[in-house]
Design a protein around this ligand. Structure first.
Ligand code: ATP
Ligand code: MG
Ligand code: MG
Length: 276
């Protein structure tokens, strides 16, 4: 008897990864929609299990408005091994899909995303972990783009990890800073900040940064040139992509950054005048 079949009615498939499929489902008893991620742990292989256990352990200790909400995990026997499940909040669309659809992001949108994901990362880092897979594909948003949520915690790793936490085939090299590629692992929190910088850069330019080539190397050294964006915005991105992790702002430092706060103050003012 399958707990998945007993508890949920499958509506559609939301996406697919290397080891997993994510389904849009409806709870049979509560009538609410969820996303259920299902991976297959094949007999004799551990990669799917490793990602699944990292993801459930990380999600279980996080509780934050900008992190995908976690409900439960379980396992079921399967003829090829075991099915591993995670029940979580269903989100509408990833920023990566929006990028592919040709949506554009203005400076104000990007400041909002920066503030919300910095807040999510501050929460993750405070809990002694790094996410290590920050990218537009793993940031979800609602239909009207009011809030964004960080998801896909399959590579989450303790900050004090001594050995290479990633098999680079699992992570996306484009978002990883040079020091990580050189096995310097003492500031994994700053690797997330770098990945956030690249992600915002991609959203700003409206396209995925091609790997390799001069432009890629320039961007990775903080040589940002985005003429339609304010100089303070470009300065922020440069700081996030600083080659030296010690010079990159932490999530808390980013949250105190003047243009993020100017934006926050304006957003609060809008909200209070909308509600009054
Ligand atoms: P793998 O690591 O196994 O290759 P993955 O970790 O990339 O897969 P996810 O990113 O978690 O898998 O999910 C794959 C896709 O499913 C996402 O890109 C997204 O389109 C969709 N998805 C995942 N979680 C949710 C969710 N909570 N709500 C809506 N869609 C989701
Ligand atoms: Mg993903
Ligand atoms: Mg993943």
């Amino acid at each position: 008897q399958s707990r998945y079949r007993a508890d949920f009615k499958e509506i559609s498939i939301l996406g697919q990864g290397n080891f997993s499929k994510v389904f849009r489902v409806r709870g049979r008893r509560d009538g609410c929609e969820y996303a259920v991620k299902r991976s297959l742990r094949e007999i004799g292989t551990d990669a799917a299990y490793m990602q699944w256990s990292k993801e459930v352990q990380a999600l279980a200790v996080c509780c934050h408005p900008n992190i995908v909400r976690y409900y439960a995990n379980w396992m079921e026997q399967h003829n090829q091994g075991e099915h591993l499940f995670i029940q979580m909040e269903r989100c509408d669309i990833s920023l990566g899909s929006k990028l592919t659809l040709g949506d554009s992001f203005r400076e104000g949108d990007l400041l909002k995303i920066l503030r919300q994901i910095a807040s999510a990362l501050q929460h993750v880092h405070e809990r002694g972990m790094a996410h290590l897979d920050v990218k537009p594909d793993n940031i979800y948003t609602d239909a009207n783009s009011e809030s964004v949520k960080l998801g896909d915690f399959g590579l989450a790793t303790p900050l004090n990890h001594q050995n290479m936490p990633l098999d680079f085939s699992e992570g996306d090299c484009r978002y990883l800073p040079q020091e990580l590629l050189n096995d310097k692992l003492d500031r994994l929190d700053k690797a997330d900040m770098f990945a956030l910088g690249i992600s915002i850069f991609e959203l700003a330019t409206g396209s995925t940064l091609p790997t390799g080539g001069d432009k890629y190397q320039d961007i990775r050294q903080g040589k940002v040139f985005l003429p339609t964006f304010s100089s303070s915005f470009q300065k922020l991105l440069k700081a996030l992509m600083h080659i030296d992790p010690a010079e990159r702002p932490s999530a808390s430092k980013l949250l105190a950054w003047p243009i993020l706060n100017a934006h926050k103050a304006a957003a609060n003012k809008e909200n209070s005048s909308a509600s009054s």
